[in-house]
Design a protein around this ligand. Structure first.
Ligand code: 13P
Ligand code: SF4
Length: 366
């Protein structure tokens, strides 16, 4: 990486102030040609340089709306792919560090999903009975699969509306890769737990009986976010025992028991808005990624709102953390010299099919 153009090694010895100044100078030089999108989980030294911040839905809308020539996505790989898919062919989507993936997104791949579709056809006609729904945390080829098979994409914000849409099309849903978002959303819509089965792709027919498949409303992929599995129901019990008046707010990637014990459940943007508008004197236990919770804590404690991270362990999203100011500066200074590094480009045929599934999502959640 970075053997041509401005070498990445040159940035490793700069201090925070120097990095800040040069990032700002590069942004000034690029002007309207550049937009920087920053997810809430980004570290502060990167987050403060974003033109727009948000959750996956908000940032994908920004990517679809901007006219900037370069979209530098401070987030993870699937987000930069969505930016490429939703922007025009002349626009360039960039991920400052190509190692910034999402371990949950990697838990489902096209080959395995196609195998499941094939296996399901031993019991029912999936193209007649099953709507495939992929969480936006997935590779572009899985979004394309959904586009081809009458399916749709969802985010943590619009999952309930997307599932309602999905059930209006066909009687069942295959939901991947995050079993927790699928289960938490389905349950809140009134789907009983017994009608949400987990497909184990290491076993024939996912380890399910034909009857279980016929009776299921939602077939869940067995993926999960390892960061959000660090939050446990006992953390809520312990905190509530000490502070019974505290409010608990969690991301829907947390397990069912944590979401059931939470007062509020929603996307990162929802968590930000809810806790930021809380009354002085209130106390919040927050179940989502550490960088975001630390930022909330810093901003709100001077206003008299107490914010506590849910887990006693330090659990950050290590892939989001890959985007550091050094990589951001390296990316921007190369752009100033008209060199594009770390471009994310989805092949056009795949992008066209993925766009169908993404546009269905935008229509449903408008
Ligand atoms: P949001 O869309 O809520 O920001 O979630 C993205 C994500 O990866 C959470 O782990
Ligand atoms: Fe993926 Fe989890 Fe990181 Fe979100 S927090 S980007 S789901 S690994």
């Amino acid at each position: 990486m970075g053997t041509t153009g401005v070498a990445l090694q040159r940035f490793t010895e700069l201090d925070e102030q120097q990095l800040d100044t040069r990032i700002q100078a590069a942004r000034d030089a690029l002007g309207d040609r550049l937009v920087i999108l920053g997810h809430h989980y980004q570290r502060e030294e990167v987050f403060r340089h974003a033109d727009f911040t948000g959750d996956s839905l908000k940032l994908s809308r920004q990517a679809a709306q901007t006219n900037a020539e370069y979209i530098v996505f401070c987030g993870v790989h699937f987000m930069a792919e969505v930016a490429d898919i939703m922007s025009s062919p002349e626009q360039i989507s960039i991920l400052p560090d190509l190692n910034a993936g999402c371990s949950m997104a990697d838990m489902a791949d096209l080959e395995k999903v196609e195998d499941v579709w094939q296996e399901l056809s031993e019991v029912l006609d999936p193209d007649e009975k099953v709507t495939p729904v992929t969480y936006i945390n997935s590779a572009a080829d899985l979004k394309a699969f959904c586009g081809r098979h009458g399916g749709i994409v969802c985010t943590s914000t619009n999952a309930p509306r997307v599932l309602e849409w999905a059930f209006r099309q066909r009687e069942k849903v295959l939901f991947f890769p995050d079993q927790h978002l699928g289960r938490n959303t389905g349950y809140n819509m009134g789907v009983p737990l017994e009608q949400m089965v987990v497909w184990d792709s290491t076993k024939p027919l996912g380890g399910l009986t034909r009857q279980q498949i016929r009776e299921a409303k939602i077939i869940l992929w067995n993926g999960f976010c390892s960061v959000h599995q660090m939050f446990r129901p006992e953390h809520i019990d312990q905190y509530k025992a000490r502070y019974p008046e505290a409010k608990v707010i969690s991301h829907p990637e947390c397990c069912f028991e944590v979401c059931q014990k939470s007062d509020y459940v929603g996307s990162t943007e929802y968590i930000l808005n809810t806790v930021s508008s809380a009354e002085a004197g209130s106390r919040w236990l927050v179940g989502t990624e550490l960088n975001m919770v630390s930022r909330l804590k810093e901003q709100l404690e001077p206003k008299g709102v107490a914010v506590q991270f849910m887990s006693p362990m330090v659990c950050m999203c290590s892939t989001m953390f890959r985007i550091d100011p050094q990589h951001l500066l390296w990316t921007l200074e190369n752009l100033v010299e008209d060199r594009v590094v770390n471009r994310i480009a989805v092949p056009e045929e795949e992008a066209a099919q993925a766009r169908i599934a993404l546009n269905r999502m935008f229509e449903v959640s408008a």
